[in-house]
Ligand binder design. Structure first.
Ligand code: ATP
Ligand code: MG
Length: 465
């Protein structure tokens, strides 16, 4: 994901040279213009889609810049995840200009412009919300001060003040190759600091998701959250409870699927944010039998490794891991009430998903496979007869097996079963039969007559798999 080492060194040298010549101004609203050659970005680092969008807007007489994470990441010698464009054109004007453009969002309207395989996010410069906007549909706040509509448009200078962190308020003009720094973002990038623009408490109140973003960037970039921006999080973390669960679901994916899930997990807990996202898991961690934390750390480490190796990570697996300690705690409660293991797990799974969705809206397309991964944990030990072969063909087998390995690695289970399954997948049919034959498990239920109703139920269950 990174630029080559010589390119990065060259970039950082330029960056250091720029700082030695140009200390950043103290006044946030004054743009500091860093000319071409004095910063490490060059237009050839920008994707053609992003360049085309800016060029088209400019040729139609609008102002347009690259902004946010792409400028920040390029300054750091990293490949941007995506490109954002800021302009004075309204969403309607932008969408008329491009054939494949779509206005999205209500709270914060943006335009998605599709350019080949790329989607460029185009935002109109935002302005402050003043008394004259009160009651208008473009500007609405909740009784706690949270912005429910943030669609008041303004100038680039106003837009810079409305962005979350100083490092994200940098604008880059690909045509003259200069960087506009309105909020001392360059200084903070050099000092590896995450600093909220304006009063941190007020900015978190306006949009509590900014607290999650601070943590995400701290984990991703290895930056420190500056004290004035960090302290309010401890007091204000409960504001996250007011964020719509669907938005939190999107944020969860961004938090845990950018290759730094482990660091993110620790920071979220340190700032008291994790308990607001996954209250039942945090509660389970308080009764940790010794392996919950280990399990979650292993799951996060695994996720990071897979993402860095460009392997697929499914939200179902990730969320399944994040909720597993909670499921286990509840399952134990049902078992203490003498419920069967299968019933206990099913009840616990249903209850935990229901509770989790009140905070983080997990779509069914993820919660269903997540449940199957959990249920496989009870089925994977049962391998006699044709069961092992049938499990191997289960659409969720691979995820269930990986999950089992995690549980073993964390010390939740005695090692052995995972290795058995690893071997079973590797060997030929003949060896598989041998492995099943040497299992210390009955091939079939001993008394068919007594067990028949249960088998029927099990078969029915499998038809749903
Ligand atoms: P990345 O894309 O690498 O995750 P990013 O900084 O580009 O990081 P985006 O979510 O793509 O993050 O947002 C683009 C820009 O929009 C940000 O850099 C920031 O300037 C602004 N922004 C995004 N979310 C908020 C917010 N909640 N409050 C204020 N500004 C925001
Ligand atoms: Mg971005």
């Amino acid at each position: 994901m990174r630029l080559s080492r010589p390119m990065r060194i060259n970039m950082l040298k330029k960056f250091a040279k720029f700082f030695s010549k140009n200390p950043s101004p103290a006044v946030a609203s004054d743009p500091h213009i860093v000319p071409s050659g004095d910063h490490p970005i060059s237009a050839r680092h920008i994707t053609s889609g992003a360049k085309k969008v800016v060029e088209q807007l400019v040729s139609d007489g609008y102002e347009a810049y690259l902004v946010g994470g792409c400028v920040r990441d390029l300054l750091l010698g990293m490949h941007p995840k995506d490109y954002d464009v800021a302009t004075d054109a309204t969403p309607e004007q932008v969408s008329k200009l491009f054939r494949r453009a779509r206005i999205v969002g209500r709270r914060f309207q943006i335009v998605h412009v599709r350019m080949g395989p790329e989607i460029i996010e185009v935002t109109t410069f935002r302005a402050h919300h003043s008394a004259e906007h009160k009651g208008k549909d473009q500007s609405r706040r909740s009784s706690k001060g949270m912005l429910l509509r943030d669609n008041i448009f303004g100038s680039i200078a106003e837009d810079a003040c409305r962005r979350d962190f100083t490092m994200n308020a940098l604008y880059y003009h690909p045509q003259d190759n200069s960087v506009f720094d309105y909020a001392n973002g360059l200084r903070d990038i050099q000092q590896r600091l995450i600093r909220v623009i304006g009063n941190a408490g007020e900015r978190y109140r306006e949009d509590p998701v900014r607290m999650l973003r601070a943590v995400r960037f701290a984990a991703k970039l290895g930056f420190r959250i500056e004290d004035g921006s960090a302290q309010p999080i401890h007091k204000m973390n409960q504001l996250l409870a007011d964020i719509p669960p669907a938005r939190l679901f999107d944020e969860i994916l961004k938090l845990f699927m950018h290759g730094h899930a482990l660091a993110t997990f620790h920071l979220l807990r340190e700032y008291g944010l994790f308990r607001l996202l996954f209250p039942a898991t945090e509660e389970a961690l308080a009764h940790d039998p010794g392996y919950y934390l280990e399990f979650l750390e292993q799951a996060m480490t695994n996720t990071d490794k897979r993402i860095r190796a460009d392997k697929r990570v499914t939200p179902a697996f990730l969320l399944g891991a994040l909720l597993w300690p909670a499921v286990q705690e509840m399952r134990k409660k049902f078992e203490r009430d003498n419920s069967s293991p299968v019933y206990s797990l099913q009840q616990a799974a249903g209850e935990i998903i229901h509770r989790a969705c009140q905070r983080v809206a997990i779509p069914r397309r993820f919660s269903m496979p997540m449940r199957e991964i959990w249920e496989l944990q009870l089925r994977l030990p049962r391998r006699a007869g044709t069961q092992a072969q049938r499990l191997l063909e289960h659409p969720r087998f691979r995820a269930g097996y990986d999950f089992l390995l995690l549980r073993e690695d964390a010390g939740e289970l005695e090692p052995g079963l995972g290795e058995w399954w690893t071997r079973f997948q590797d060997v030929d049919e003949h060896k598989r039969q041998e492995m099943i034959g040497s299992l210390d498990q009955p091939r079939e239920p001993r008394s068919k007559r007594r067990r028949r109703p249960r088998r029927a139920a099990a078969d029915k269950q499998e038809q749903h798999d």
